[in-house]
Design a protein around this ligand. Structure first.
Ligand code: SF4
Ligand code: SF4
Length: 155
């Protein structure tokens, strides 16, 4: 019996196919993020099934219009809940969306056409409707209240 051959990928040869997550430079690592900001939404986990539900409430530091963190460098100091992604935890975190660039690469899968590394355009993630741009209210006022309820439900 011979080993099953790996399916051909048109992305063979690119750094995310030739390097492990640990071998990537900081710039390569950062570029795996597609800019969707879905990880910046409040999430709710069903305790019985472990299923994760994404809400439309965003972290207070997310600029939903730009779809970017307002203070990326200081994010973990300003938002203690913010999880800094690492080669170790992207393999185990259960709340990263299936389309997340880190998750796809960790699973040995191809990036989607709209990922900026494939399209060459940071806007394609928004054009494809994958990002949270302009749909996520900030975690203030009523949205803050909803987020608090969701956080309590998680505890
Ligand atoms: S879900 Fe993944 S790809 Fe999307 S913003 Fe978060 S880290 Fe980046
Ligand atoms: S602190 Fe920034 S990177 Fe972290 S969840 Fe909030 S918006 Fe996203």
């Amino acid at each position: 019996m011979t080993a099953a051959s790996k399916p051909f990928s048109p992305q063979e040869g690119f750094f995310w196919k030739t390097k492990t997550l640990e071998e990537m430079s900081n710039a390569e690592w950062e570029s795996l993020c597609d800019g969707c900001a879905r990880c910046c939404l409040e999430k709710l986990e069903d305790e019985d099934t472990g299923k994760i539900y994404f809400t439309h409430v965003s972290c207070k530091l997310l600029d939903a219009g730009l779809c970017a963190c307002k203070d990326y460098s200081n994010r973990t100091e300003l938002v203690p809940d913010c999880v800094r992604l690492t080669p170790e935890n992207v393999r185990t975190l259960n709340w990263l969306p299936p389309s997340c660039g880190y998750k796809l690469v960790a699973e040995g899968r191809d990036l989607y056409w709209w990922h900026p590394l494939i399209s060459g355009d940071p806007n394609t993630v928004h054009e494809a409707g994958v990002s949270v741009r302009a749909v996520a209210p900030a975690e203030t006022g009523a949205a803050q209240k909803a987020a608090t309820i969701l956080k309590s439900a998680r505890q």
